[in-house]
Design a protein around this ligand. Sequence first.
Ligand SMILES: Nc1nc2c(ncn2[C@@H]2O[C@H](COP(=O)(O)OP(=O)(O)OP(=O)(O)O)[C@@H](O)[C@H]2O)c(=O)[nH]1
Ligand SMILES: [Mg+2]
Length: 173
Amino acid sequence: MKEVFIKYNPFTLDTYFTVDGIVPKENSFFNNLKGKRFQEWVEDIPKHLKEEYDAEEFEITFHGTLMDFEDLEEVINRNRGDFSKIELKSEIVKDVKDREKEIEAIFNDIQKGPIEELKSLDILQTFNKAKNREFEIAVVATMSAGKSTLINSLLGKNLCLPRTKHVLLLLFV
Ligand SMILES: Nc1nc2c(ncn2[C@@H]2O[C@H](COP(=O)(O)OP(=O)(O)OP(=O)(O)O)[C@@H](O)[C@H]2O)c(=O)[nH]1
Ligand SMILES: [Mg+2]
């Protein structure tokens, strides 16, 4: 039974991977995951485990968010037939929502605290803007490059966009 450890940080996109406590070889699939989102490579885990470690029995411990663990669980369950034994354990860490709540609690404490400069309307508005899910996207390209076509296909509907020629188009999503 090979013991696999996968630690994935969705904020920095860093992955730490070991099998029986040993980091993979340089040319290993598992050593080339830096900067890649978990969802880009989770599907390929079973195949590479089998190919690179030439074993039938694995125990995988995943250290990361619940959302990523569930994706891994789904992939493992789908590929169970290729292994004589494959077990999955989790070490769940806080996800984005938990962290957002913590940041909000800290901000609310600051608003009740003694430092008046941190209670200005400007700071309150900036914090609310950062928290808001709305953000601005600028689509910039030369005339008839396909800006309107791109925006329409991203939105999945045909907006009647004014001529977007060389100008900055601000799209609120
Ligand atoms: N072949 C091809 N044609 C495209 C593509 N994207 C857009 N077009 C065509 O290119 C033409 C211009 O596309 P638009 O989306 O209107 O370009 P635009 O940048 O909004 O143009 P302006 O607002 O007039 O500057 C249209 O006839 C589109 O159908 C593409 O990816 N491939
Ligand atoms: Mg246009």
